[in-house]
Design a protein. Sequence first.
Length: 353
Amino acid sequence: MSAWAAGAFAMVCFLATPTFAVAGGDARPVAKAKSSSATKSASRRKARVTVRPSLAQKQGLRGTEDALRLKSSAALVIDQDTDEVLYSKNAEAVLPIASITKLMTAIVVLDADQPMDEPIKVSKVALDTPRNNRSRLRVGATLSRGELMHLALMSSENRAAFSIGAAYPGGLPALVEAMNRKAGELGMHDSHFVEPTGLSSDNRSSAHDLALLVQAAYEHPVLREYSTTEDASVPIGRRMVQFRTTNSLVRNPSWEIGLQKTGYISEAGRCLVMQAELAGRKLIMVLLDSVGRYSRVGDAERIRRWLDSLPTAHAQEQGTPDAPDAASAVAHEPSAAVTEGEGDLGRSGSDTF
């Protein structure tokens, strides 16, 4: 082989050989290193979005068929004035209730008759984790008890609920004891509470029991006001910080809501309880373990459309809907009107927290 041919052959071999990166004496092909890094990044992203199955899912409740094709594993609609059950789906199933817990926390704090204008320092939630500790309330900031209760119910702020709970006479142990005692007084025999925010999946209840809780909470005008405010600004340090409701239906002019609370942790799914006037009747609605970001609002809309499709007399006579009628009321309805904003999906202390 001539010298020129040998040189050309060497150049071809050089160009065909993968480029190596040398770091700390370890030579590895750059392409392989990049591929490995991309795989690790993809794995981390997948780990971040992995959602643990809810308790209702583990129990097989998500497979329950119902006439309205609700995405919620458990649902209950009752007439507030007559206690008549209009719609029921797994209403006795005992499930985690996430931030619906905050309604009971607020009732017990009101029962203690503590001054609403008393200043309270914001506390770090005992159950804070990297997954759950996002909050716009700075630890150590001072707000009134009323402002904290407002944020707990409107924006589902965990630090707000935890702080008013920690300031309860006797502290958190006394608060939790009072919450369970109040549940017994209200006839909520399937309910149990272990902390004031709803972060713990050990806070559990049934749709039937939560209807009783909504009824009790509705008796307090301040809870009706706080839970149905669209937004509010509070002073945190030297600036005013704006918070907004976690329930997009509150901002929907076609809904007349008297009291509401949302909730979400993985173990509970997306939850919603409301007192609202629909089809000329004051109703209490409970939706637990709803599947999908917008499904609890979608279920509420399905229920409303079904009620609107029934003559008032027929709705009063029937305890549960006839399946064909109920299905036809929702089968071809568009879902564009039931979307939620980013603030409704568990951001900044709401729902997930």
